[in-house]
Design a binder for this molecule. Structure first.
Ligand code: FDA
Length: 301
């Protein structure tokens, strides 16, 4: 962690709310569903696909988990009603009750997938910290058997276990988002060296392609984009066999380059009333991101 990152993360609680709102505006579509749909339409005009994430608070009751499930079902229905093409949803299982009761979470996710299936859409399960990995993958495995082609999961290349997870999961048709991973994890569980995380990303992507998985290649790291392009060419993949994924507000130039070159690219669009706690928590969780946000305040847009 650089000194700048550390300094920025320590001062976050002192930053006035309007200022946090100002620099998070670039990364968060807004508070209301309508705000998010405006951003989606704008991205569609650019030729990008999208995935919508409803920003959630930490939840502590079953009722909150059920409310979040209903909010996602409503979102999936509204996507159809508004005829938003190539727009799916991303969900964190803790918001559906993973840490309260895994069987409750499984039931909530199943309800949500019934709606996803009825609306002919797709849900991606985000990956959270390592206390959630095993339970998240188990829920993914059981629901993909019930809803083939309707659900995917995210995998993190900083985790030592990821290549083994890929080997096991790809015994059945698989749909992954591959990213580096954003949480602060113990060394026994996750690589800390930047170069090893990158090499594990390339290894994981290669294994996934070899074993026929569909991968959302989620990175803004141009070296990894280059490695992905090398593997795509080497495996002779056509554009519908993979996609790139990027976060809203991050490296729009690279986004343009990939779309113009004929690749499919999906932008992750978070929105919701919990934008403030989400922004500050994410900044505190990963001071490197705070460094990016801080730099972004001074960057030309
Ligand atoms: P790296 O961190 O090296 O960034 C490369 C460059 O991109 C940086 O130099 C910087 O310029 C820019 N950049 C990256 N992130 C930025 C940011 N937030 N703001 C401004 N600039 C930024 N993680 C996780 O644990 N579980 C998950 O489910 C997901 N889901 C997810 C979806 C999508 C679509 C993306 C793109 C990423 C995630 N992540 C995630 C986050 C991911 O794990 C990772 O932390 C970030 O993508 C940063 O890693 P990069 O590979 O982009 O490289």
């Amino acid at each position: 962690m650089s000194l700048l990152d550390r300094a920025v993360s320590l001062t976050i609680p002192l930053v006035p709310k309007p200022l946090v709102r100002h620099f998070s505006r670039r990364y968060i579509a807004g508070i209301r569903l309508e705000d998010a749909f405006l951003v989606v339409r704008e991205l569609q005009r650019e030729g990008a696909m999208t995935t919508l994430d409803i920003l959630g608070e930490f939840i502590s009751t079953r009722e909150e988990a059920e409310t979040n499930t209903r909010l996602y079902q409503e979102l999936v229905r509204r996507i159809s009603a508004e005829e938003l093409r190539e727009t799916n949803v991303s969900v964190k299982l803790t918001s559906l009750g993973l840490l309260l009761d895994t069987s409750l979470c499984l039931a909530n996710m199943r309800e949500m997938l019934k709606t996803v299936d009825a609306e002919n859409n797709f849900a991606r399960i985000d990956m959270e910290d390592s206390s959630c990995t095993t339970a998240t993958l188990e829920i993914y495995e059981s629901l993909r058997a019930e809803f083939p082609g309707r659900v995917g999961v995210a995998l993190q290349s900083y985790l030592r276990r990821t290549p083994d997870d890929i080997d096991r999961l790809t015994e059945s048709p698989s749909n992954f988002r591959l990213c580096k991973g954003i949480y602060v994890e113990p060394r026994a569980i996750a690589y800390r060296d930047r170069d090893i995380v990158r090499r594990n990303f390339v290894l994981s992507l290669e294994r996934s392609f070899e074993r026929g998985a569909y991968v959302g290649i989620a990175t803004h790291d141009e070296l990894l984009v280059w490695e992905a392009l090398r593997l795509i060419r080497g495996h002779g993949l056509s554009p519908e066999q993979y996609e790139f994924q990027m976060l809203l507000g991050v490296d729009e130039q690279l986004r343009r380059i990939l779309i113009d070159a004929g690749h499919r690219l999906r932008v992750y669009v978070p929105y919701g009333e919990h934008w403030y706690s989400y922004s500050t928590r994410r900044l505190r969780e990963n001071p490197q991101i705070a460094g990016y946000a801080f730099k972004a305040m001074f960057a030309k847009s």
